[in-house]
Design a protein around this ligand. Sequence first.
Ligand SMILES: [Ca+2]
Ligand SMILES: [Ca+2]
Ligand SMILES: [Ca+2]
Length: 384
Amino acid sequence: MPAPMRFRRTVALAAPVFLALVVTVLRIPAGSAAATLTVAQAIANQSGTGTVRGYVVGEPTATATVRTSGFTGDTAIALADSSAETSTAKMLYVQVTSTYRASFGLQTNPGLMGSAVTVTGTLAAYFTHPGLKSPTAMTGSTSPTPTPPPPPTGGTDAYYAAAAGKSGTALRTSLHTIISTGVTKLSYDAVWNALKVTDQDPANSANVILLYSGKSRAKTLNGGDTGDWNREHVWAKSHGDFGTSAGPGTDLHHLRPEDVAVNSLRDNKDFDDGGTAVSGATGNYTDADSWEPRNAVKGDVARMIFYMAIRYEGGDGYPNLEVDNATSGGTAPRLGRLSTLLEWNAEDPPDAFERNRNQVIYATYQHNRNPFIDHPEWVASVFG
Ligand SMILES: [Ca+2]
Ligand SMILES: [Ca+2]
Ligand SMILES: [Ca+2]
């Protein structure tokens, strides 16, 4: 009889200590960086809550299916201990709830692929596969570290050597060859992250500057919802119907971040002076057939259009884009109005932002330049 009595006393005395230990152990995963789990550990310990760090390797859509491109949604990501992992057995499927979709959904942020993410949540099966559900915290890099603004190039004479001394049609032909040689074409997905670098707000590295509205907006708000920014084709893609496959539809020299709603208002209109004030984009005007951007980017717009006209001459499987003197819309590979664009080029010469953008596209992405940013005086020679 004494033995059980002693046992019960021992339990009674030890219980508070035991409970304190349990509480301490349970708190470690949420409160201590040292307890952050690898993906392999999270796969092996599918119970309770945990914090896991891993690399984004795709979008799980079924138990054994993880998409690595052409993402279909923002609701799930797969993490692995290696950014090169291809075996779904070594992936943790992470539920992305609404709070985190704008920043961590792959359809909205395809550039997340390969980047590290740390997530806290319930370690439980998702898609009938080891997973993490109901996240309470997600952190990570949602865009690549921007390339530092390149140093001044010290001149582009070597790049344009073949055009030296030329004018008119000869200049145009020479420039076409120069800017069409050795070009890297981006995928439309890759454009998102490129714009986060080319159009970074010089005053806030977390933001991009929107072309027409001039607003500074978080890089992470790329997407299609109200308040997001998306990829504006300054040469409206319906004018030549070139779509978004690699080529004119993904050419950074005429792609700019713009507010979703403002982009929709610009639609596929030609450029010209006049109209009524645009809501949400101070200094912009529009009427039934044309769009007038704010003064600070009038020249930028003109030089983008002039670049497109000489980059795409119809000889490389793409439409021959040409500037005309109309605002007639339509699907013909034409955009206007030439006389207005010539004025805008003269009124708004290239500034540091536009020059930096040209240099970043050349040095980091496409390896070709917009000659009319380097030499705005060539506009009159080629198009005047
Ligand atoms: Ca008009
Ligand atoms: Ca400008
Ligand atoms: Ca052309």
